[in-house]
Ligand binder design. Sequence first.
Ligand code: FAD
Ligand code: UDP
Length: 411
Amino acid sequence: MDKGTNSYDYIVVGAGFAGAVAARELAEKGNKRILIIDSRDHVGGNCYDAPDEDGILIHKYGPHIFHTDIERVYTFLSRFTDWYDYSHEVVARVGDELIPVPFNLNTLDMVFKDRAPALERLLKDKFGEGARVPILKLRQADDPGLKEIADYVYNNIFLKYTLKQWGKKPEEIDEGVSGRVPVVVSRDNRYFRDKYQGMPAEGYTALFEKMLDHENITVKLSTEADSVIRLSDMGDGSVEQASGSAPDGQKDQRVIYARPDQTDEWERYFGRVIFTGAIDELFDCCYGRLPYRSLRFDFSHYDEEHFQSHGVVNYTVSEDFTRITEFKYLTGQTDTDGTTIVREYPFSYTGADGEIPYYAINNTENDEMYDKYKRLADKYGLILIGRLAEYRYYNIDAIVDRALDVVSKIL
Ligand code: FAD
Ligand code: UDP
């Protein structure tokens, strides 16, 4: 195939789920020619996994458990992998005890002992059997018994963990965040209740390699976006011009240049660009840096069968780290004797070299800054997909669904 600039119908920046799913669909259903690049030396984005030096399959960017209720997402991904059947259960270390999270009726029994049956009735009467009640909502209850449960859950499960994770109290962040782990009025200890839960049998990286293995797709790793695409107003210090001073008549004239083979020649690019990276960085942070939380992952290996009793133990009242994950539980790996764990230490992302933005901090101010970048991106006809490009939290299934949706609209 001719590798000239315009021989690619699409340039996709980022080979995580957003980019890889879009690339595959466009290549297969639209018969489009795709160049997909990633600045990292591997595919998979934050879901990348690989054996560590002791042979344990680890997730370099934090533990990822697949779960979905979306039929088409499960069907699509199942083309590229079999599944290891894993239902995720999490416990929180509170004092000497390990209690099930989300807080549920089993947790209620452990914590409130012989008072639990009466409190269980209160929960069922107020919210109904099987209800999922966000902690911030439970805290508004008037009943003294419900208040007592809310105080316990708030103080022992949410407060310290959220302070570590976000640097703020639960009520100071988007209420949807703590709402992801509601109080559950049932005896289901599973962390997720989706119909499909599991791990790619050969790992995420193998899944990505299969997904990107298509004659219309060219993958280039260790390749920064700015070495392949360039925006018309940028590159000569005139980013401010790009930030909104162009007269109306010129607004639609923003163009993209590309050099897919990273030669010296920049040519006007007539294809489309799907961008899944950090949108503020694409525009040299001309409106300011979008705030994120980041994480430091601290891996340790032990010559023992197991380090802990569950795949994930949350440290909700003690320690500086939020949780410890032991990968063998998640992946079902049995061919090694030792075990590898990871501790997660959250911190505020500054944009320094080597730091990775993980969690968008959604609030009115930050979302408004994002909207400015979005409007700028629209002027170039950039297609934005992904947790960085859209500045919002996506689970794997949600981002796969979104990428499928975007492509079906394009085609
Ligand atoms: P990413 O996976 O981040 O991919 C973006 C890619 O773009 C990266 O590879 C990056 O290198 C590349 N890129 C960015 N900028 C540029 C550039 N300028 N030039 C070239 N390349 C660039 N979801 C679940 O469903 N289950 C879980 O258990 C789960 N656990 C999580 C745990 C953690 C710690 C975190 C942070 C997230 C978790 N998620 C989980 C969410 C999951 O990680 C995301 O849904 C998914 O990674 C989003 O994919 P993406 O393609 O948008 O982003
Ligand atoms: N959370 C908490 N204690 C827990 C689990 C979760 O305080 O034991 C809060 C915390 O604010 C966290 C949010 O609930 O950021 C969402 O939890 P989830 O497990 O979904 O976080 P993620 O998978 O995004 O790290």
